[in-house]
Design a binder for this molecule. Structure first.
Ligand SMILES: C[S@@+](CC[C@H](N)C(=O)[O-])C[C@H]1O[C@@H](n2cnc3c(N)ncnc32)[C@H](O)[C@@H]1O
Length: 224
């Protein structure tokens, strides 16, 4: 892969031996801990801490990122933790990717980029790959950390409620389980302190259940 996006993210990861903390995102841990493990898709998996945590919980994970540097690190960490066999690391540009499979969990944790990233389109494509009864979990910044390289966004970053509308999750085929904003204390790379707000969206795709009705033909019911 040889695109400006790929080069940007490879250089970003090459600047430090380890960019992220190595710990799974706390909101993922909180929101996914109660789910029955199945097939999971991690969008923009970076150095792999979320995928490794999910694999440790019994999930089989497809973990996608554009950066080969990040994915090499992620695969090495997974091998150290003994979960390599449960994770399929894929180098893909998500802006030009449609999943071939369907997933019980699609997770996007801080899928943001200081350069061009069609985030909403990617999330809409990924939401279509959630199985009936499966979960879509999207956690994102509501504002960027003061030390980040993100340019001031032209339009404010979406809240979880705005994301529900823009992804069309309010069409009656999803149960909206968490549509929230949560704050957390963060420490920057040089020890700077800040309080950041994150948008948290967890939605479950409803299941269709065709049951024979007494005295009539079967009809579809929303159950999930
Ligand atoms: C802000 S980081 C978040 C990483 C990880 N999810 C986490 O929470 O630590 C965004 C990730 O998205 C990846 N990314 C950015 N644009 C991408 C694209 N077009 N296709 C695939 N991955 C992309 C980057 O390489 C980076 O690892």
């Amino acid at each position: 892969m040889d695109s400006a996006t790929n080069q940007f993210w490879d250089s970003f990861y090459q600047e430090r031996e380890q960019v992220w903390s190595g710990k799974p995102n706390p909101v993922l841990v909180r929101e996914a801990a109660g789910l029955a493990p199945g097939l999971a898709l991690d969008l923009g998996c970076g150095e792999g801490a979320d995928a490794i945590w999910l694999a440790g919980q019994g999930w089989r994970v497809t973990a996608v990122d554009i950066s080969a540097v990040a994915l090499r690190r992620a695969a090495a960490h997974a091998a150290e933790r003994g979960v390599a066999g449960r994770i399929d690391w894929r180098q893909q540009d998500l802006s030009a990717w449609t999943p071939e499979e369907s997933y019980d969990l699609v997770s996007a944790q801080f899928l943001h980029s200081p350069i061009e990233l069609p985030r909403e389109t990617i999330l809409r494509t990924a939401a279509a790959a959630v199985v009936p009864g499966g979960t879509l979990l999207v956690v994102g910044h509501e504002s960027f950390p003061p030390w980040s390289r993100h340019p001031e966004p032209e339009v404010p970053l979406p809240t979880a409620a705005e994301l529900v509308r823009s992804l069309g999750l309010d069409d009656g085929t999803w149960r909206l389980e968490v549509v929230d904003s949560s704050s957390r204390d963060v420490t920057g790379p040089d020890g700077q302190q800040a309080v950041l707000a994150d948008s948290v969206l967890r939605a479950r795709r409803l299941t269709t259940d065709v049951r024979p009705r007494p005295g009539g033909p079967g009809r579809a019911e929303w159950t999930g």
